[in-house]
Design a protein around this ligand. Structure first.
Ligand SMILES: NC(=O)c1ccc[n+]([C@@H]2O[C@H](COP(=O)([O-])OP(=O)(O)OC[C@H]3O[C@@H](n4cnc5c(N)ncnc54)[C@H](OP(=O)(O)O)[C@@H]3O)[C@@H](O)[C@H]2O)c1
Length: 338
């Protein structure tokens, strides 16, 4: 990489997002340490890290060039930490970072949901934690192989510590934009993530699920309910997708043939992409439903409202492990009162 590097990067939670974004930075010459679970690190140590995207980029990092750790190395001084664990693991991960790293270390939460950076700050008050947002979908497509299946630019709350990283992320192919207030961007992303539980229950790849009007109607109903709650709360969500959220929900309700034409750009998802919540269900892991629909339910309650459809999705996802089965669209529509 040409140009000065602001320092080293530490990926906390070497999973799908951590390996992809940290890997793109490493492929561009940034010194990156990956902290992760032994099962993931073993795959990386055996196969190296392969990265691809829908624009045709391909990178491979040899095992010998990867810095892999099971714990945050005590005494490390990364200039930037990318917090890439799932929401349920945030507090523990932030505690480990705060224990091992110097006070004031900048940590960007590249997690979905609204409250992860606050949870990390609470668990690691010595850290400079900033919220971030990943707009695209990344899937693990092989041993140590990660593929970005949708387009977009990263976002984070503006902070003086992040500005020197902008050209570095740009050159690495993971451009990032800074925002004075990230909350509207996070809600804009959360609106899109409301499809995650629908996708997970459908058991279908993302593109196939979105081609099915019944599932799209479920997604649209969750968006509409959330927009109502946001309106009362005085939050205007930022546009994260190709169209504003209000228009998205009308688009989603179109008949399949028309949706296929009108939403061609939105359907620029390759056949491999699926929501990570689907993977969580398949692997019997805790999902992030509480950080998505659960957040809508809590915001509604704060304003004396209810969000029954989002509450229903929380209940369905939490009940799924006891009765693991695919939900046909009609059954899901019935469950949401559609
Ligand atoms: N995947 C996507 O396309 C995508 C897109 C946008 C945003 N996001 C968001 O990005 C975040 C990460 O998602 P992901 O899909 O990358 O999750 P993931 O694949 O599960 O990766 C997280 C990894 O971190 C590990 N981990 C958890 N706590 C740790 C700790 N204390 N020390 C070391 N490793 C730890 C996890 O291990 P265990 O499983 O053992 O806990 C897991 O291997 C989520 O908030 C997600 O919503 C994901």
């Amino acid at each position: 990489m040409t140009g000065a590097l602001p320092g080293e990067v530490l990926v906390m939670g070497a999973g799908t997002i951590g390996c992809y974004i940290g890997g793109r930075l490493a492929a561009a010459g940034v010194p990156v340490t990956f902290v992760g679970r032994p099962r993931v690190l073993k795959k990386l140590a055996d196969h190296g890290l392969s990265l691809s995207d829908l624009d045709g980029a391909k990178h491979h990092i040899l095992p010998s060039a990867l810095r892999l750790c099971e714990q945050v190395p005590v005494g490390a001084k990364p200039a930037l930490v990318l917090l890439c664990v799932k929401s349920g693991a945030t507090a523990e991960a932030a505690g480990e970072l705060a224990f091992a790293l110097p006070a004031g270390t900048t940590v960007v939460s590249l997690q979905n949901g609204i409250s992860n950076s606050a949870a990390a700050s609470h668990a690691g008050p010595s850290l400079n934690v900033l919220p971030g947002m990943v707009p695209y979908n990344v899937a693990e497509i092989g041993e140590g192989a990660f593929h970005r299946g949708t387009p977009g630019r990263l976002a984070a709350k503006d902070d003086v510590a992040l500005r020197p990283w902008l050209p570095v992320f740009e050159r690495a192919g993971v451009p990032i934009d800074l925002h004075e207030d990230l909350l509207p961007v996070q809600w804009g992303k959360l609106l899109l993530n409301l499809n995650n539980p629908v996708n997970a229950l459908s058991g279908l790849p993302l593109r196939e699920e979105l081609m099915h009007r019944g599932y799209r109607q479920c997604f649209a109903a969750l968006i509409d309910e959330t927009l109502g709650v946001l309106g009362v709360s005085g939050i205007t969500p930022a546009q994260v997708a190709a169209v504003p959220a209000q228009r998205l929900s009308s688009l989603l309700r179109l008949p399949d043939w028309l949706f296929r034409i009108v939403a061609a750009r939105m359907l620029r998802i390759d056949a491999k992409a699926r929501s990570s919540m689907a993977d969580d269900l398949a692997l019997g892991r805790r999902t992030e439903i509480d950080a998505l629909s659960g957040e809508v339910v809590r915001l509604a309650q704060e304003h004396g409202l209810s969000a029954p459809r989002n509450a229903r999705m929380v209940a369905l996802l939490e009940a799924w492990p006891k009765q693991p089965e695919r939900w046909p669209a009609r059954r899901l529509q019935d469950a949401l009162g559609l």
